[in-house]
Design a protein around this ligand. Structure first.
Ligand SMILES: Cc1cc2nc3c(=O)[nH]c(=O)nc-3n(C[C@H](O)[C@H](O)[C@H](O)COP(=O)(O)OP(=O)(O)OC[C@H]3O[C@@H](n4cnc5c(N)ncnc54)[C@H](O)[C@@H]3O)c2cc1C
Length: 420
């Protein structure tokens, strides 16, 4: 039985709004509601990280040696200068009946509204042998570790792919096998580019790249156009694809799958399974896997004063920054409306939109909504895509995680239509 909407709130007092997690979704919500700070809300942002991590630039750290500092947004100054409070700490329990979050170091904090934007755990330890032999690109530590390995790689067999993730069933979201395979595209093409152009290695003779997917098809979240475009480039670069391969173990010189098969492997680069943080499972407010079940306005199905957006939201499939932004905007608008603001809540119209870096001046822009029943299915393989990625990542970095204005995003839409 859902709780009645905010019966516990007193009128005419500042509402305490807490954002848990300052990643893509949390920062987007922060920028959307900050104009009310000190007027009708007290806003607190909590994150254990001092610097928010812009994950889309991590492949440049791992395969081009870019400094990790270009993927980091400082949080304390960014948040405090907008009049909000920043607490560098980690939530360890949410008491949703009593509107309280327990923090690891700073005790309990009360809220009238809670925005849960803590992302997903990259569960490296779920893969046997990963810590000894596996590599990844999913966080700053792993990306830098991979760059060290890539620099010293003297040739051999590379295997890359996503481990299988499993999801709850409380909401109606596409049941994808992998959280998102876009980074696998970047891994295979950027590594290939680096080995051929920087290390002057020869494909087949000096190295090979094999890609596996836990799904029946690779890039299951888009339609045939991007899939075929990526497949064609893989063929041109001798990158082999293996479908229906569910990772079970990484060894010193092999990688093994649940169907009993093995591949020889000198370098395994993996997207680990995504899971919900333990504290959400302990708090009993997630679905059977701990992800937060919401309606399409991103409001918790049982607790109307809790919103969720981004990777931790059960509705967010695939787990993509673009989806986190769409959902963050919806959650922010829902909150603003509750607070009496005259805003429209955007529809939960998801699409896959990403720009796959392929090394050098090469990139492919992918825009597709066929997963959700739409007709858009575009792949633009061009240096223009690379320029757009550079522009987007730089904007985010220099504007402290602030998304480009709507007008720029509308211009992007027009450009895509023109080029496709
Ligand atoms: C290598 C890689 C490349 C990618 N490239 C792209 C791309 O090109 N385009 C794209 O759209 N998407 C891309 N993505 C996906 C994108 O990065 C994620 O979907 C996005 O970051 C999700 O945003 P989020 O806010 O939900 O979570 P996150 O960005 O992960 O942020 C979650 C925040 O919550 C904090 N947090 C965690 N636990 C707690 C806690 N207990 N208490 C308080 N705070 C907590 C974390 O420290 C973090 O700052 C990529 C992902 C990876 C791994």
């Amino acid at each position: 039985m859902p709780k009645p909407l905010l019966k516990h709130l007193k009128a005419d007092v500042m509402k305490k709004v807490v954002i848990l997690g300052a990643g893509f979704a949390g920062l987007h919500i922060f920028y959307k509601i900050r104009h009310l700070v000190g007027k009708s809300i007290e806003l607190t942002v909590i994150d254990p990280r001092k610097f928010s991590l812009l994950k889309p630039s991590l492949p440049e750290v791992a395969f081009e040696g870019a400094p990790v500092s270009h993927s980091l947004v400082e949080l304390e100054h960014t948040i405090k200068t907008k009049g909000a409070t920043y607490i560098q700490d980690e939530a360890v329990f949410i008491d949703a009946e009593n509107n309280t979050v327990k923090l690891k170091e700073n005790g309990d904090i009360e809220y009238d509204y809670l925005m849960i934007t803590v992302g997903a755990i990259k569960d490296y330890d779920a893969i046997k042998g990963f810590r000894e032999y596996g590599y990844s690109v999913c966080d700053d530590t792993q990306a830098q570790r991979l760059w060290d390995r890539v620099k010293s790689f003297e040739g051999g067999k590379v295997v890359t792919g996503a481990a299988k993730s499993t999801w709850g069933t409380r909401v109606d979201a596409p049941p994808l096998n992998a959280p998102c395979e876009g980074p696998i595209g970047e891994i295979m093409f950027m590594l290939d580019y680096y080995l051929v152009n920087e290390k002057k290695m020869e494909r087949k003779k000096d190295f090979s790249i094999d890609v596996f997917t836990p799904g029946e098809i690779f890039f299951e979240d888009v339609g045939d156009v991007p899939r075929n475009a990526v497949g064609k480039i893989m063929q041109e670069r001798d990158i082999a694809l293996h479908n229906n391969k569910v990772l079970s173990e990484i060894g010193k010189d092999f990688i093994a799958f649940e169907d009993g098969t093995k591949m020889e492997c000198d370098l395994a680069i993996i997207i680990p399974p995504y899971s919900a943080p333990q504290f959400l499972k302990d708090s009993g407010i997630g679905d059977e896997k701990g992800f937060i079940p919401t309606d399409t306005k991103m409001r918790h199905l049982d607790y109307p004063n809790i919103f969720a957006a981004g990777d931790i939201a059960a509705l967010a499939q695939p787990k993509l920054g673009h989806v986190a932004i769409i959902e963050g905007a919806i959650a922010a608008a829902g909150l603003l409306k509750d607070l009496g603001e005259d805003v429209e809540i955007p529809p939960h119209d998801l699409e896959v939109f990403c720009i796959m870096n392929m090394g050098g001046h090469d990139a492919t822009l992918i825009a597709s909504d066929v997963l959700y029943g739409g007709k858009t299915d575009v792949a633009i393989h061009s240096p223009i895509s690379k320029m757009m990625k550079w522009g987007f990542d730089s904007y985010l970095y220099y504007n402290k995680g602030h998304m480009p204005p709507d007008i720029a995003l509308e211009a992007t839409d027009k450009l895509i239509k023109l080029l496709s």
